[in-house]
Design a protein around this ligand. Structure first.
Ligand SMILES: [Zn+2]
Length: 439
């Protein structure tokens, strides 16, 4: 979307009327500078106008003009003076936390979560409900209700929401934010961004859960500021997202990272995708439970879970932590099976780190040792790659969705918006609210 919009700006610059072309050029530069200044304040820094001029390499009058606008709009506020020995004390500015709100929505396999934040992206309120499956239009209405409830909890009007980020466990097209398929939600070709934008009246950006999770991991998790890493999801499914040079790798359509559905010869099990022998049939939560039950039925080894009616992957992991030998073996084998995928990712991307997240992230270390062991056997060169669990917990998708909304709302489309407000003949009838993320 960014590329398309930028192209639009370029074409307008080339073909527009002279006066408009100049105006657009100025608006473009001003919007970029404005975005850079807002970005600096979002990190929580207190800065003076002189600090900003230095940081952004801009003239003081340029900075002052933008800062004055931002103060008038309530985006920035005075934050006292810097103490100094001699000379004038610089007046400091900060982001007004109440100036805007962002919302994140995560359509989880079992729970739909919503969070609303302050202008810094700090989560202020959360709401959740059981996920509705098979009826996406109902899921959208539910998400809207949760957003409205969460906003009420922080006494914020819906109009104050700047942008919404959405995380979906499925294939999400970058063009238009349509979910092509989300097997666990029962969604097919559903225009998530368009429908939510219609219901909420703000810009909505949609990405796959591994993509939002990788973004959160890059900003605040174990991979903070790590430029090259691979985020591996292990839950009922298995997926991945590669970050290279600090940028999420979406692929040409947004569908990159479906490592759970590469074929492995060790399996002939029918996968949820309809094919046989996918990687995820060997190491997902479902695979762990299946393997454990088979091992139990085969007998030969006692287990602390015998007699338990419904066994989950968490139960197996917990039993492994408690020294249950059968559970330990199953977890180790599942780790080794995931190691096949991790080794592929390492051979493909040469990452500094592989971060394993999703429900399995709280699993026993024996799972991780299985992954490392198999990677050591299979990857050509794995010595430089750390393999670790994510520590961000269940909020990771919400946090990533919020970060995506914040980045996008401060990105290039603002520039086009500025150009539009100057009455330039812009025939682009696409609603900016209906585009998916391009981090
Ligand atoms: Zn599959």
């Amino acid at each position: 979307m960014t590329v398309k919009k930028n192209d639009k700006v370029h074409s307008l610059r080339k073909s527009g009327r002279d006066s408009d072309t100049n105006l657009l050029g100025n608006a473009y530069i001003r919007a970029v500078n404005r975005a850079r200044i807002i970005d600096l304040f979002r990190s929580g820094q207190l800065m003076s106008r002189a600090d900003l001029a230095r940081h952004c390499d801009l003239s003081k009058p340029t900075v002052s003009a933008i800062v004055d606008d931002l103060i008038n709009e309530g985006v920035l506020q005075e934050a006292g003076k810097r103490s100094s020995e001699g000379g004038r004390r610089a007046r400091l500015l900060e982001l007004n936390p109440g100036s805007s709100t962002f919302a994140g929505i995560h359509f989880g396999e079992s729970v739909t979560q919503v969070a609303v934040t302050d202008a810094f992206g700090r989560i202020l309120a959360k709401r959740f409900a059981e996920t509705v499956t098979g009826r996406p239009e109902q899921s959208m209405v539910l998400a809207r209700e949760l957003v409205v409830e969460a906003l009420a909890a922080i006494h914020a009007e819906p109009e104050r929401v700047n942008a919404v980020g959405v995380s979906v466990p499925g294939l999400v097209s970058r063009q238009g934010g349509t979910c092509k398929i989300a097997p666990n939600l029962g969604w097919h070709n559903y225009p998530v961004a368009k429908e939510l934008a219609r219901l909420l009246g703000v810009e909505v950006y949609v990405a796959n859960t591994t993509q939002t999770a990788a973004l959160a991991e890059y900003q605040m998790g174990v991979a903070r500021d790590v430029q090259d890493f691979v985020w591996l999801y292990v839950g009922n499914g298995v997926g991945s997202c590669a970050v290279q040079g600090g940028r999420i790798q979406f692929g040409s359509r947004g569908f990159a990272g479906e490592i759970g559905h590469v074929h492995v010869d060790s399996s002939d099990i029918l996968c949820g995708c309809g094919k046989r022998g996918c990687l995820e049939t060997t190491c997902s939560n479902l695979a762990i439970v299946r393997a454990f039950k088979q091992a139990m039925e085969a007998g030969g080894q006692p287990t602390s879970l015998s007699g338990k009616e419904k066994i989950t992957a968490q139960d197996v992991s917990q039993a492994a932590s408690n020294g249950d030998a059968l559970a330990e073996k199953v977890m180790k084998d599942a780790g080794r099976a995931l190691g096949v995928g991790a080794a592929m990712a390492i051979n493909m991307y040469d990452p500094q780190m592989v971060v394993i997240g999703g429900p399995v992230a709280g699993a026993d270390e024996i799972f991780l040792s299985g992954v490392r062991e198999r990677v050591g056997e299979l990857a050509l060169e794995s010595a430089g790659t750390d393999i670790v669990f994510s520590h961000l917990g269940r909020d990771i998708y919400l946090q990533g969705a919020v970060s995506m909304a914040m980045e996008q709302s401060n990105a290039a489309y603002r520039i086009v918006k500025s150009a539009r407000s100057m009455d330039i003949d812009d025939s682009d009838d696409a609603d900016s609210a209906t585009h998916s993320a391009s981090l």
